[in-house]
Design a protein around this ligand. Structure first.
Ligand SMILES: NC(=O)c1ccc[n+]([C@@H]2O[C@H](COP(=O)([O-])OP(=O)(O)OC[C@H]3O[C@@H](n4cnc5c(N)ncnc54)[C@H](OP(=O)(O)O)[C@@H]3O)[C@@H](O)[C@H]2O)c1
Length: 234
């Protein structure tokens, strides 16, 4: 089968939806992982009306069973996965520091933002190893950079730092199995529900830098952290 398959999590809105459209325009048959399938299908059908190959399917990355069902179905149906774009994320606490957040906020943030990407990456790992090809892009944040750490948004920062570690660990492992690149990208400050109306970038502008890493060639880096298409410090 020649069609390339891309999977995008958090694809029903914001950056994930913009990345879905761009991947589909590049010719990937793109599967949108969405928690609310009816709402996701509305977005998918708008894209299909533009002659783009897009499907929506239910996926809650905080739930192992949901992840298993979603990926078993896709791998069973299509027999390959070229791109996994981990876009889903939560930012619960505003500017709160570590004494102001409760334990549930911290654990939920880590569960979605870091463990979620581990769950989805684990679910595609065997397929990518078999193909000896794959691109995993984790949408991270400069707020997860240890080199540039600060006190606000404590749960979000901790969870994105953990996502960065997940990125490097998975990159190091999957590099043994062929042309498999796993990278983290900070999209910048983006006008989405998460980023708010004052953010600098549109979702479409930010998505181009995320999709850029999904299209890395064989000689491109793995285990990197990028912003505006340039490496940034972990
Ligand atoms: N916006 C920014 O300025 C900014 C800056 C740096 C990094 N980022 C990162 O960029 C990514 C996309 O953010 P965004 O700005 O597009 O935010 P957004 O508009 O709030 O979208 C977040 C997406 O994540 C999904 N999601 C949340 N929890 C999920 C779960 N358990 N399972 C599956 N999907 C889940 C949401 O689905 P529902 O609709 O079902 O909630 C939604 O599709 C995130 O990882 C975020 O941390 C954003």
């Amino acid at each position: 089968m020649d069609t390339k398959i891309a999977i995008v999590t958090g694809a029903n809105r914001g950056l994930g939806l913009a990345a879905t459209k761009q991947l589909a325009e590049l010719g990937y048959l793109t599967i949108m992982g969405v928690r609310d399938v009816e709402a996701g299908e509305i977005e998918a059908s708008k894209l299909r009306s533009e002659r783009l190959a897009v499907h929506a399917a239910e996926l809650d990355i905080a739930n192992s069973k949901s992840v298993d069902v979603f990926f078993n179905r896709i791998i069973g149906n299509f027999g390959r996965v070229d791109v996994l774009l981990n876009g889903a994320g939560i930012y619960l606490e505003g500017n709160a520091g570590f004494t102001e957040i409760d334990e549930a906020t911290l654990l939920n943030s880590i569960n979605v933002n870091a463990v979620g990407a581990w769950r989805t990456s684990k679910a595609v790992a065997a397929q990518m190893m078999q193909q000896a090809y794959g691109r995993i892009v984790n949408v991270s944040s400069g707020w997860g950079s240890l080199a540039d750490m600060d006190a606000n948004a404590a749960a979000y920062r901790i969870s994105k730092a953990a996502l960065n570690a997940v990125t490097r660990i998975i990159a190091a492992d999957l590099a043994k199995y062929g042309d498999i690149k796993v990278n983290a990208v900070c999209p910048g400050w983006v006008r989405t529900r998460m980023g708010g109306p004052d953010a600098e970038l549109t979702a479409e502008e930010a998505a181009t830098d995320v999709v850029w890493a999904a299209r890395f060639g064989e000689n491109a880096p793995t285990g990197g952290f990028f912003k505006s298409r340039a490496p940034i410090a972990w």
